[in-house]
Design a protein around this ligand. Structure first.
Ligand code: ADP
Ligand code: ZN
Ligand code: ZN
Length: 737
């Protein structure tokens, strides 16, 4: 009998599968294999089997190794990735392999997901630690830990030492320990399970409606103001689903920062259900481990950032997307998928419900929930309009016109007074400024030269602490010049405010205040953010200064003042989504004020206090603002009223970019009459990391038409010689232009 031929997906920028001869081992679809490719070896995934190949059999190479002790990736996950690769115009093999934990993309065998826990034997219990040789430090620690805790899992061992697993095995061989396979190693704190609050009417209604239809696909948009108890709704739904069946639930969260808090809440309230998290802050082995626990079905609650939407979950029965409007759900390189959109597809294919929660839904979702109610299968709207804790009132929001008062170091007298009042009352304040660094520009007072980045169309940000100028786009760093390179003047001014400068200013103005800064610079060290937040909770901080990192999710009961500094540039941004984003951000950051029984106040410093955005914000009126924005979008035919895609290209030489885009533009024009193809243009950031950039925008009133045109176009581009000379990518439903 001829050996069967396997169709294998490889991590290559080619949109095809590769044929290999089976090495005789039993091989299933979805199985990981090692194959020869050119002079190297590659990891691949078996996608199918065939009897005939386009390649002559004698030319086919043979699979080197089948990782038979690993679970194959199931068909549902493979299909989802295939769909996504097609939809986002990305090679399937690359999409598939990059959805796997790094360890599974590596050639050495991954560690198994079988987990062991260790206990002391009778002999081990009698062991006298004092008698052990002192150099057996790890052994002593293991035995000591076992004598105090009774049982250690492999993860506990990892925490003791990187060699602890090896030592434990030796101790088993010596008869001191016994090992026992355990279903999961998930540490569920046997803490007190908190009492669930009594639900209010709106929460009850939302939960009832969803649970009544928990067996079918439905997209629920849970629109609830900050503090309205959305998380409580999630937890009740999760409980309902998990209690009634052997299920898995995927909870998507926008950022790693938010996972620990949500994880802690879920762990305590849903303590009986094994939980894992999947995000980029995990070590590679933790990530693999958690992923495998999800894949095997052992983990029942999976909290993850966007990539986790592609995790194999054999018993998936519910998907929850927290802060569904958040732009971090969109991948900005490689396969530019949107995790929310993929989640909707996944839920639909599995015929399970998906819940999208937000205080400020994306206009896409809002449109699907309200404007399109005639269409079947669109979203169902559920609203939570009240804060869950009845004493917690919505904050009072006011705008201070910065053109009408004398600013002191960029701060209005009103804000300074409000800060002083909080200090006197021993309450906390938060100042929100969406710019890290000391000041956003370095300006020459004589000739108005501004320090530019040589590799990007951007300005260098002053980081005074490090005495550096830094580009926030490409990471380029240089010393702060002593004099203006243009005119020689020595009077160079850091101009404008960033988090560092604000922090410094506050320290001068309010010397008694304990101030902490939260931005990417101050939290780059692992656990730094957790430590700061912890200090805030312990009332060791009076004023928090920070970027949007602070806007979300954090619940500080004693925080009663939020100040917003200088967000005006977003009001007049050329990006048509800027106001949607700013509104969401300000709603969220305002929601930090007055969460418990203390009233909150929000002071926004702006030159445009009468702007429609601020009017809506003062009234806490997402709905009318969203409706107004949608109306605008409809009038000018912007998303969500049309479907768009960008063909992006970059090269170190702009002529190449132009030539490539011109070719693409002409092709696309010629074959797609139902798609509007715009002339090639340069994005606002013309140069980035030394690369000259350009793009072609395509737009259609039908998703299908756009997909058809893109498929044709990408087919042509992939084989055209000029495409090899530029870096190009298709961005379907782009968020940024
Ligand atoms: P959101 O996710 O909408 O911001 P949360 O679910 O975090 O809101 O709820 C905000 C606060 O209100 C939390 O402290 C939560 O424990 C509490 N809470 C939620 N629902 C209720 C309820 N029905 N009764 C009392 N407190 C509630
Ligand atoms: Zn100058
Ligand atoms: Zn740069």
């Amino acid at each position: 009998m001829p050996k069967s031929i396997l169709k294998i997906a490889l991590d290559l920028p080619l949109d095809r599968l590769f044929d290999y001869l089976s090495n005789g081992e039993v091989t299933q679809v979805g199985q990981r294999v090692l194959v020869p490719f050119g002079h190297r070896k590659q990891i691949g995934i078996v996608i199918g089997k065939t009897d005939a190949s386009d390649v002559a059999v004698e030319k086919l190479k043979t699979v080197i190794q089948v990782f038979a002790d690993e679970l194959p990736i199931d068909a549902e996950t493979l299909n989802l990735l295939k769909f996504s690769a097609d939809y986002y115009q990305y090679p399937f093999g690359q999409a598939l392999l990059s959805a796997l934990p790094v360890r599974l993309r590596q050639i050495s065998p991954a560690v198994s997901c079988k987990q062991y826990a260790y206990n002391l034997t009778a002999l081990g219990q009698l062991a006298d630690l004092e008698q052990l040789p002192t150099r057996q430090l790890v052994m002593r620690r293991i035995l000591l830990a076992l004598q105090t805790h009774g049982r250690l899992t492999e993860l506990d061992l990892d925490a003791i030492s990187s060699s602890a697993r090896k030592v434990a095995k030796q101790l088993v061989a010596d008869g001191w320990l016994v090992s026992q396979q355990v279903p999961t190693i998930i540490k569920t704190l046997e803490a007190m399970i908190p009492v669930a609050p009594e639900l209010n009417e709106e929460q009850t209604l939302a939960i009832n409606r969803i649970t009544q239809e928990a067996q079918t696909y439905k997209a629920w948009l849970l629109h609830g103001i900050t503090g309205s108890g959305k998380t409580e709704v999630y937890m009740r739904l999760m409980q309902y689903v998990l209690q009634n069946q052997d299920a898995q639930i995927l909870v998507l969260v926008p950022e790693i920062n938010l996972t620990p808090q949500l994880e802690a809440r879920f762990r305590s309230r849903l303590a009986n259900f094994p939980l894992v998290s999947l995000h980029s802050n995990l070590s590679e082995s933790e990530r693999l481990h958690n992923w495998q626990l999800a894949q095997s079905g052992a983990a029942q609650i999976i909290i993850g950032t966007r990539l986790s939407i592609f995790t194999p979950l054999p018993k998936l029965k519910l998907i929850i997307i927290d802060e569904e409007h958040d732009s971090s759900y969109k991948q900005q390189d490689s396969m530019r998928y949107h995790a929310r959109d993929v989640a909707l597809v996944r839920a639909k294919r599995l015929n399970i419900p998906v819940v999208l929660g937000s205080a400020t839904p994306s206009l896409e979702s809002w449109h699907n929930a309200v404007a399109n109610h005639k269409q079947a299968n669109k979203y169902n709207l559920l609203s939570l309009n009240q804060r869950a804790v009845s004493a917690a009132k919505l904050p009072h929001i006011e705008c201070i016109d910065t053109t009408k008062v004398n600013l002191q170091y960029g701060l209005t007298p009103q804000l300074i007074a409000a800060l002083k009042l909080r200090l006197a009352r021993k309450e906390q304040s938060l100042l929100f400024i969406n710019r890290r660094g000391y000041s956003p520009v370095l300006l020459c007072s004589a000739c108005h030269w501004i320090a530019p980045c040589t590799r990007c169309s951007s300005r260098l940000v002053v980081h005074l602490g490090q005495k550096k100028l830094r580009c926030h786009h490409c990471g380029h760093e240089q010393k702060i010049p002593q004099q203006c390179p243009s005119c020689g003047n020595a009077d160079l001014h850091p101009t404008g405010y960033g988090t560092q400068r604000l922090e410094q200013t506050l320290a001068q103005l309010l010397p008694a205040a304990r101030i902490a800064r939260v931005d990417r610079d101050s939290t780059s060290r692992k656990n730094a953010l957790v430590e700061i937040l912890d200090q805030v909770h312990k009332q060791e901080i009076d004023i928090l200064v920070g970027t949007q990192m602070l806007a979300k999710g954090h619940d500080f009961p004693n925080l009663t003042l939020v100040g917003v500094i200088d967000t005006d540039s977003a009001l007049h941004s050329p990006d048509f989504r800027a106001s949607e984003r700013l509104f969401a951000q300000l709603m969220q950051v305002s929601g930090r004020a007055g969460r418990a029984d203390k009233a909150g106040q929000v002071i926004i410093q702006t030159q445009f206090p009468e702007h429609a955005l601020f009017n809506a914000l003062r009234g806490q009126d997402y709905v009318s603002y969203a409706d107004a924005l949608l109306l605008e979008r409809e009038q000018v035919q912007f998303p969500p009223y049309v479907f768009t895609a960008l063909l992006r290209a970059e090269a170190n030489n702009f002529e190449l970019v132009q030539k490539f885009l011109r070719y693409a533009f002409e092709q696309a024009r010629s074959f797609s009459s139902d798609v509007l193809v715009y002339d090639p243009v340069r994005p606002q950031m013309e140069r980035l990391k030394g690369m000259e950039r350009g793009h072609v925008l395509m737009q259609a009133s039908s998703r299908v038409a756009l997909q058809r045109a893109l498929k044709n176009l990408v087919g042509l581009l992939r084989v055209h010689a000029i495409a090899a000379k530029v870096r190009w990518a298709v961005d379907v439903n782009p968020l940024e232009f």
